[in-house]
Design a protein around this ligand. Structure first.
Ligand SMILES: N[C@@H](CCC(=O)N[C@@H](CS)C(=O)NCC(=O)O)C(=O)O
Length: 203
């Protein structure tokens, strides 16, 4: 049995979505941050860094959301990783870019706009984040010109991981209207049963 630790409404969300795409059955264990459960002796045996998501598959344990998604795909839906060495390389490229580059200003803005109460927000942090996001979205938009998906002609983990991060734009109210290719790509992805099942978990 697979167990995913974390909430679908966190960075674990991309793993819940990947589990839904892979069609595998799993159980969820929510970790109570307020009660310090992520730093409990029991949870530190699962992830010594005290962070979610983490996943157990039988007696195998893995943490770090991108690595978890690679594992889920490799074990249960390998075509999500690409079918050639080149496709797998590009899936990895986009996935790493989504968290190493694109997600950084997105999360800076998210923390300020979602977690910090308005009077205490750091306008400078928000402005800097909003300055960095457009150049990366323009690059993504250009890549999607004439392409339905990021790698090959079908949905892969690259689309899942990158669109998961682009979805933060909805939370921080970043205007995406100038990015036609991104909007069409998101609309294409939004029709997926796997994504709809994942979104239902977030309600
Ligand atoms: N790079 C990690 C980030 C994990 C992470 O920071 N998770 C947060 C929740 S979204 C967490 O567990 N924070 C608890 C803490 O930092 O003490 C991943 O993508 O899995």
């Amino acid at each position: 049995m697979i167990t995913i630790y974390g909430s679908p409404k966190s960075s674990a969300g991309r793993c819940f979505w990947c589990l839904e795409e892979s069609g595998v059955s799993y159980e969820t264990k929510t970790i109570d941050f307020k009660a310090g459960e992520h730093k409990s002796e029991e949870f530190l045996k699962i992830n010594r860094n005290g962070k979610v998501p983490a996943l157990q598959d039988g007696d195998f344990t893995i943490w770090e959301s991108l690595a978890i998604n690679n594992y889920i795909a490799d074990a249960y839906k390998p075509e999500l990783l690409g079918t050639t060495a080149q496709e797998r390389g590009l899936v990895s490229q986009w996935s790493v870019w989504s968290v190493a580059d694109l997600q950084v200003p997105m999360i800076d803005a998210f923390i300020q706009l979602v977690f910090v109460p308005e009077p205490h927000r750091n306008a400078d942090v928000i402005a800097k984040a909003f300055e960095k996001i457009p150049v990366m979205l323009a690059s993504l938009d250009a890549e999607l010109q004439g392409n339905d998906f990021l790698v090959a002609d079908r949905f892969t983990l690259a689309d899942l991981n990158v669109s998961f991060v682009v979805g933060i734009c909805d939370d921080i109210k970043f205007d995406l209207s100038a990015y036609n290719n991104i909007n069409q790509w998101r609309a294409r992805i939004a029709k997926r049963d796997g994504l709809q099942r994942y979104k239902a978990l977030c309600k």
